[in-house]
Design a protein around this ligand. Structure first.
Ligand code: ASP
Ligand code: MG
Length: 412
């Protein structure tokens, strides 16, 4: 009998009615002849509410206590789903992450899964139970509850599908799948049928918010294919899997937009060995995540160094850089928030020339100035002024023929 893991996101279990729909769907899947494991997120908004409560009672809540608190959100939704299945005449049991055999390291609030012992789940499936597992959590070697970082129920589902050697893993959410661009921005953006893990990772890194990146990394590492699909319709979604040769026929799979960027430039930096290390060492020590880095060609014996960070980190970065600037004798620092990143992603770039030229030309024709460029093997990203980003995304999406109206591969 095939084994299927179905994960439901917060909006899918956001109200009692929706919980009953999820229960029905799990039950139908079982009645179609599958062994079924459900993985639940907390009801929409609950994790944020709990976090707010924690901050209302303590300026710096301990991470151990936070985990105990946050894990209750998923325990509530899974118990409710199991009850609803029972009410519909089915046989279901809910399990906390710990009871489901999910063992993690000790890093509270951002734990990594160390091991899964799926025996209990397997036994329950053998007894015809629908097993409903609380996502986002596990326990460490001391038996303490841990959580897996925001969005961590995705990771729970993928890891369980891997450990159980499931025949399918479905991630049910409030969108129809992964799109060629955010459909709120590009009205004729198209649902992608098939995407490689690497493309999905690059799109998530580029700002597309579909899946937790750690979950996709895990899926890639252990080769767990999965489908992202809507819990509000019966339509098939987007399958993420290892790449196949025909996937390379499409040059650009999608375009993603990240508005939450800030650009920092240190001007008049002495052009000599060791300076980059002196700049980025303290930035890394402060845990600020740097995305793009560009050093200009030096003029005389100084140069400019620019990089991008999350906009929330801009004041922190400015503070750290001010003392570095004095130390290394740089002239001044420019930092601004009003920038955004546009990325084009596709494994076909490896085998097709001309993607960068086409991308830059279309922005150029639109009169959009590019401030920074970075590339990987399967991605080209640019930073532009935030006011230009919508138009930049539209032009790029059109230039690579990604819309619904032209479903064929963009050919260069
Ligand atoms: N409830 C957690 C969060 O909001 C985990 C999840 O939904 O995947 O981040
Ligand atoms: Mg989520």
């Amino acid at each position: 009998m095939p084994l299927i893991v179905q994960k439901y996101g917060g909006t899918s279990v956001g109200t009692p009615d929706r919980i009953r729909l999820v229960a029905q769907r799990l039950l139908e899947t079982q009645r179609e002849g599958c062994r079924v494991v459900g993985v639940m997120s907390a009801m929409a908004g609950i994790t944020d509410d709990l976090l707010k409560l924690a901050r209302d009672v303590a300026a710096q809540p301990s991470s151990r206590e936070l985990d105990l608190l946050l894990a209750t959100g998923e325990q509530a939704s899974s118990a409710l789903v199991a009850m609803a299945i029972g009410d519909l005449g089915g046989r279901a049991i809910s399990l906390s992450g710990a009871a489901a055999g999910i063992l993690t390291d000790r890093a509270h609030t951002r734990a990594k899964i160390a091991n899964i012992s799926p025996r209990r789940i397997q036994n329950l499936l053998g007894d015809d139970y629908i097993v409903v597992v609380a996502g986002f959590q596990g326990q460490n070697a001391d038996g303490e509850i841990t959580t897996l970082g925001r969005g961590g129920s995705d990771l729970s589902a993928i890891a369980l599908a891997g450990a159980l050697n499931a025949d399918a893993c479905q991630i049910f959410t409030d969108v129809d799948g992964v799109f060629t661009c955010d459909p709120r921005l590009i009205r004729d953006a198209r649902k992608i049928d098939e995407i490689s893990y690497d493309e999905l990772l690059e799109m998530a890194g580029g700002g597309a918010k579909v899946m937790q990146s750690r979950a996709v990394e895990f899926a890639k590492k252990f080769s767990v294919p999965f489908e992202v699909r809507s819990s509000f319709s019966g339509a098939s979604g987007t399958v993420a899997r290892e790449e196949t040769p025909h996937m390379e026929e499409v040059v650009v799979r999608g375009v993603s937009v990240d508005r939450k960027q800030a650009k920092v430039t240190i001007c008049g930096v002495p052009d000599k060995a060791g300076i980059a290390g002196q700049i980025f060492g303290p930035i890394a020590a402060a845990n600020l995540i740097v995305d793009m880095i560009v050093q200009n060609v030096s003029s005389g014996d100084t140069t400019d160094v620019s990089f991008t960070i999350h906009e929330n980190d801009i004041e922190h970065a400015r503070h750290i850089l001010e003392s570095i600037r004095r130390e290394i004798g740089a002239s001044h620092i420019n930092a601004r928030n009003q920038v955004a990143k546009l990325s084009v992603v596709g494994i076909g770039m490896r085998s097709h020339a001309g993607v960068a030229a086409r991308f830059f030309e279309c922005l150029g024709h639109g009169g959009i100035n590019i401030e920074l460029i970075s590339t990987s093997e399967i991605k080209i990203a640019v930073v532009v002024a935030e006011e230009d980003i919508d138009e930049a995304a539209r032009l790029t999406h059109e230039s690579f023929n990604l819309s619904r109206l032209a479903p064929q591969a963009a050919v260069i």
